[in-house]
Design a protein around this ligand. Sequence first.
Ligand SMILES: Nc1ncnc2c1ncn2[C@@H]1O[C@H](COP(=O)(O)OP(=O)(O)OP(=O)(O)O)[C@@H](O)[C@H]1O
Length: 651
Amino acid sequence: MFTIHRSSSFLGTIVEAGKGIGQMILAFGTSLCVVWGTLAQVTAEFGTRDFAYDWVLHYMDHHRVWQESRSFKVVARNASSRPNSASSLGMDDGHPDPVYEAAPATPSFFRWRGYWISVNKKVAGYSHYDTNEEVGGALSISILGRNRQVLDDFVRTARQFYIDANVLPRRVEVDKEPSGALLTADFPQADLAHDWMLAYLRSANALKENMHFTISTKQSDLGWGSGPKDAVRFMPASDTRQQFLFSSPDTGRKTWIQVVVKPGQLNWSTNTTVGGSIHITLHTSDKAVLADLIECARKKYLEHGISRVTVHLTDNRGEWAKTVSKSRRPMSTLILPTDVKEMILADAREFLESEKWYNQAGIPHRRGWYLYGEPGTGKSSTIHALAGELGLEIYFVSLANPGIDDYTLAKLISDTPSRCILLIEDIDCAFPSRDEDEDAEEEPMLDKDGKPIARSATPPRSNVTLSGLLNVLDSIQYKLADSEQIAQVFKRFFPLPNAATIAEADSVDLESNHIPIVSVQTPYTEAELDTYAAAFANLITSGTYSIAQIQGYLLTKKRDPADAVDGVNGWLKAQEEEKRAMAELKAKPKAERARKLKMARERADAEAGAKLVDVSLNGVGTTDPVELGAGNAVDVPVHSKGVNTNGVGEH
Ligand SMILES: Nc1ncnc2c1ncn2[C@@H]1O[C@H](COP(=O)(O)OP(=O)(O)OP(=O)(O)O)[C@@H](O)[C@H]1O
């Protein structure tokens, strides 16, 4: 049985065993070494910056092997990584607590499991310029006797002691000191697993031992805990090495993990960071631990997502660059014509459940819906609510983003996980509407001198039309609110007695539909509210306003339904005036364009006439095309003053 003495030193054991020998060691340590050197011994060396060195050092530290020494190295900088050191002074005054280590070349002796052991900081290392940690040093221990097994037991015991004490291991720079004993893994920012890992690191326990934080009060970083403390979030600081003890929930196995969050670079045009990553190092070579960690991180992420919906956004280089998380919107808050909600939800559920069928039939497991209609009618809200209901994340890409072309779009789509909602907005940007085409016929493009450009010089357009695309997608049209929807949105603003009503308009978050509520007694009954709602719906012509517009009005009247009904005529009048003004404003540029075009045609006609005169004077008189101006080859039929409105000659 080995004996480790609790408070008295090993040297103390020697004193107990034989005072004379102890005194001799203290007084003639160096001489004894000479004697020792001649005896049979098993010697082992431990290099600084190696884990085995840390085990042995920590074990001996804890058992005060250095206590009786007279020559020390005192360190304070790294004291926190050796919390159990018996040599620390136990100060609690806000300054680092120093730790005493054996000074180089001064041997200490202690007794362990009946064997005499000498420990000697044989080679003094030097401080690393960057980390200030000792490198290049070595500690040697010699066990008196020929029994090699004692060394094995000593190392094994020190290692176990270190593990049991949960000592924060030294930080490693795997790129500079590759090690076959450690596993490393990278989580690039553009991949979803990066977000899982971030969720795990943000969770309360992951970085308990962490010393370096970034403090965040951003909405998107909050909500990872509960209570008032959650108003400020402690996030792992970028570019620092941090450690945590991972405990696998399945196996109970514990492994130290070092993590470095690499921040990536800011893309100024999109104000997003790209190319960031999370780099982790596991103090094990067992890949099962890594798989366990990833699974834990994924669960943590999903747990968090239960109350929120994650939306992934793009940069303009075809990368999923940023995620935002929004509070979940219940389907019940959607005000849509009867059955539409149920139909969308049932269809989406059926699709998600039939993956196997799609695979067997050899059909890609995809389902496309085209939602279109007036702004503010609930298209985005439907997708948001659907994502929350089905536990899916939204990947949002807008075709209006000038950086998105066929290639980036294909890349973005291929970088989405298999179960998600891919939301492609502004799809009409990719297809000119018929009106636009007709306008283009009427109004050819003009060059910098105001002359019409030949049609062939404009970029070719796809022959696919939006309506053609619609034929292959199921579509749902969102219409302006009908009377039933108007009455419903009205009632949502004026809850019934003893229920809750809207508190402050300023804090209403229309995006997430988060309407803060306070409990008050309302001065109307259910029947009265029905009457108000019907009267309100009656005053607004069905199919003329979006729910967003009506909601905007009701926010100004949120306390009194009678007042909301009374004020609606005034609001409608103001809306009509605004619409008229907008229409006038819109018509102006079109009229201006038509005037410019007329002038350009007249100028071109005049010039064509002049050229004709020149040509005739030279006696050429052919029907060959005549160049009117550099870079603008417009075919002009000779003996005709007219120029085709498309700039194409009529031969
Ligand atoms: N049908 C609806 N049910 C509930 N709320 C709605 C509905 N339509 C609009 N709203 C409210 O109006 C606001 C705007 O709605 P939303 O963004 O969903 O409209 P949209 O049709 O996607 O508009 P856009 O085409 O401009 O993107 C949101 O605050 C939403 O709560």
